[in-house]
Design a protein around this ligand. Structure first.
Ligand code: HEC
Length: 142
């Protein structure tokens, strides 16, 4: 009797455990989503300050990997670029302090935009990414 009960109970407990784990993973990817107002502000900042170089949809400048007279064109911020390879901390630092490449034209926005505005514009840049890039970058930012 004892044995037959455990034959029934253990698989049941195991499947409950698996469901709990799967449920846990699912909620782990539901990172706090930006508010619509934050994205609207981020878009205004992006269109006014960044789009001229990085493109209105984050497409960057043509042949961005090839320097012209020692100056790199602006890279894309969409899925084709490498912005999404970097965690938030690194991207916010570039936005605040400017680019680090030789002869970089990337301005420092530390004195031009508030910290909140720099975060808003980064959240807007993330809307250029696909789901795969968003999830990968969110994992790297934790
Ligand atoms: C005058 C052109 C120009 C403007 C305007 C500009 N950028 Fe850039 N940006 C660049 C260039 C060129 C680079 C790459 C060179 C470097 O990092 O030194 C870059 C790099 C970056 C990077 C790093 C990307 C990576 O993959 O490492 C981020 C993030 C970024 N810009 C965000 C912004 C934001 C946000 C704005 C507007 C608030 C902005 N940029 C405005 C030219 C520009």
């Amino acid at each position: 009797m004892r044995n037959s009960t455990s034959h029934f109970v253990y698989p049941l407990l195991l499947s409950l455990l698996v469901f709990a784990l799967l449920g846990g993973c699912g909620s782990g990817t539901s990172d706090s989503q930006p508010e619509p107002e934050q994205l609207a502000t981020g878009r205004q900042i992006y269109d006014a300050n960044c789009a001229a170089c990085h493109g209105i949809k984050g497409e960057g400048q043509p042949n961005w990997r090839v320097p012209v007279n020692g100056v790199y064109p602006a890279p894309p911020h969409d899925s084709s670029g490498h912005t999404w390879h970097h965690p938030d901390s690194v991207l916010l630092e570039v936005i605040a302090k400017g680019g680090s490449l030789p002869n970089s034209t990337m301005p420092a926005y530390g004195d031009i935009l508030t910290e909140e505005e720099r975060i808003d514009v980064l959240e807007y840049i993330k809307t250029f990414w696909g789901q795969r890039e968003r999830e990968s970058q969110a994992r790297g930012s934790r």
